[in-house]
Design a protein around this ligand. Sequence first.
Ligand SMILES: Nc1ncnc2c1ncn2[C@@H]1O[C@H](COP(=O)(O)OP(=O)(O)OP(=O)(O)O)[C@@H](O)[C@H]1O
Length: 260
Amino acid sequence: MAAHPGGLTAAASAPAAPSAVSVRKLVRSFGTKSVLDGVDLDIAPGEFVALLGPSGCGKSTLLRALAGLDHEVRGGGVISVPDRVSVVFQDSRLLPWDTVLGNVTLGVREHDADARARKALAEVGLAGREKAWPHQLSGGEQQRLALARSLVREPQLLLADEPFGALDALTRIRMHGLLQDLVAAHRPAVLLVTHDVDEAIALADRIVVLDRGRIATVRPVPPAIRSSADAAGHESLRRDLLTALGVEAARTTEPAAVGR
Ligand SMILES: Nc1ncnc2c1ncn2[C@@H]1O[C@H](COP(=O)(O)OP(=O)(O)OP(=O)(O)O)[C@@H](O)[C@H]1O
């Protein structure tokens, strides 16, 4: 297969079943450094996939490719993604010179942008804060605002790159509940990049482990494991994932974040 001028190639046809995301043999290199080395990934409409992997394995590179932020990917035209894609990053990337409401309405072209934005703000628990400035919000509130901004466009695909990575443990747990509610209400397909094994199990339908630019492990998360109703299954999956991530079993009682 010939390398794309920008260092990216991809091949193979899309699957017969409809997917929100379809990636085939995705390759990305920066100069001589290979970062993604033949990634195949499908995400079904409404499916929640968590992408785990050690630091530097290519998670953000894959997410950027799906987000259309890597123009070499778009140029290749070999990845299928939906029309409406929203991205949430670890830093909320809010516009500091615009209000909370303005941050959500920005870029919404429909005539009822204001009403949509107010509804989205209410959904994330920020009703009444419309006239505040981003700097007047806590870190957790800023991520709520980032979620409202992403969901107001009713994305078919939500890409989230460690969206809760900078939050304290309690806020993080609250944000998990909020994200679950929002996903249940809006039903986008989701790709969540995270270092946190427990976060992945708590949220995802399926967990994909990336290792040195290749998909190393794919594990479904049955609802009983996700909710911890099946405690033994939960612990078994957790251990398997930590092993796949190269974390020794002796460390499994410690907080299960990797790659940091
Ligand atoms: N624009 C770029 N130019 C050169 N190298 C890059 C570029 N973007 C990413 N890389 C390299 O590609 C590799 C993978 O980066 P990436 O950010 O995708 O990893 P990651 O798995 O998301 O890591 P982390 O968990 O630490 O965020 C790294 O070695 C990084 O230095």
